[in-house]
Ligand binder design. Sequence first.
Ligand code: GLN
Length: 465
Amino acid sequence: MQKSKLQFKIQNLTELTLIETIQALKEKQFSEEELNKAYLDRISTLNPELNIFLEVKKNTRGIPAAIKDIIVTKGIRTTAGSKILSNFIPPYNATVIDRLLEHGISVIGKTNCDEFAMGSSGENSAYGPTKNPWDPTKVPGGTSSGSAASVAGDMCVFSLGTDTGGSIRQPASFCGVVGLKPSYGRVSRYGTIAMASSFDQIGPITKCVDDARMVLEWTSGGDSYDANCQKEKEKFTLQPSRLQVGLKGLKVGVPKEYFGKGLDKGVEKIIKEAILKLEELGAEVVEITLPHTEYGVAAYYILVPSEISSNYARFDGIRFGHARDQFGSEPKRRIMLGIFALSSGFYDDYFAKAAKVRTLIKQDFERVFEKVDVIVGPVSPTVAWNLGEKIDDPLKMYLSDAYTIPASLAGIPGLSIPCGFADNLPVGLQILGKHMNDELVLNVGEIYEQATDWHLKKPDLRFKI
Ligand code: GLN
């Protein structure tokens, strides 16, 4: 009998996508024990060098997923990358974890992240930086650093991250994997340790777009523990891919503000090639303008610290965790900034103004989405930078999120998919859609993905194996 393509691939069991893994398990091509052992072997070989996992579970069954260590897991230590929570064993699961367990997923480990998801490089973790599997001298991006790196290094079938201002999309881009920040309100935030509650979203990091669609389907939908989460799950049922029709009839907007002087030339070239590909696939590409983009970073760094200063009052050292002196410098900086921005006398000049800018940015998108179906551009102005390069310059670090922050301010969905390499490092294409139109974003991503093979490229991990 002829062997199927899947059977050939199974020699590299850890390279299978989620959908392939489910199929192979159904066909009993290997057992759950073999699957978990294969991943655990890879983790024990690679983790000492890359510092991706903070906690690894032995003897797991089911399909192994890696979970950002800011999402609480019952009985499994959850630190949020902070010394404050170094002894915190949550007594409950986040909603997303319960939903994954219902689908036969197991938590193989908890992944390293910037402390309380504040940062862009993974270097703010109190447990040392994660390294990029493509080049261990580079950052993996942040703050879902370990979650993106674990997928890139085939150390899990998929992972979950969180995105407040780019923390799923940017590390996915730096690590050459797929990352989806769902629409705000699509996935319950219950059980994710909050950074800024009006921004935070949990989302999948996967080996292909179809997997991201499946994880979104599993994890999204109303939750009585998160009042902002959409109740009507059915209303947003994901559409099957429109692969047959390609991108004919689709209008793609390219914001000129995302191609300014901050954009690295190598990245620009790759993104422009990806846009040409979309045109080749039948899309109509038009230039658009999102005029308030330039104020995004400034507004974000008023609003987010303001929410942080309120949210972080819970870390009082009494109920759980250690004393407040265990906060690292980035949380301290943000708590102080937020208290300042909210204090009487400064509130109108800072918080109220930033909130108005947020509305203007939202309106920029709404106006544009009357004319186009999706927006595409770079995820990040650069590829992964050197470890240590920006750590002493918070402002430089903040500015690196200029292209991901606007979508976070507007609460719209954003996908990062691999679209090429610059300086031998992965580049991600960002696809943005209307609020709650995550399925279109995923479909466009999948059509692009199937017409190229960037998502199949793997880092050469011979430095260790
Ligand atoms: N880099 C941004 C910040 O530091 C975004 C982080 C995130 O999305 N969690 O806030």
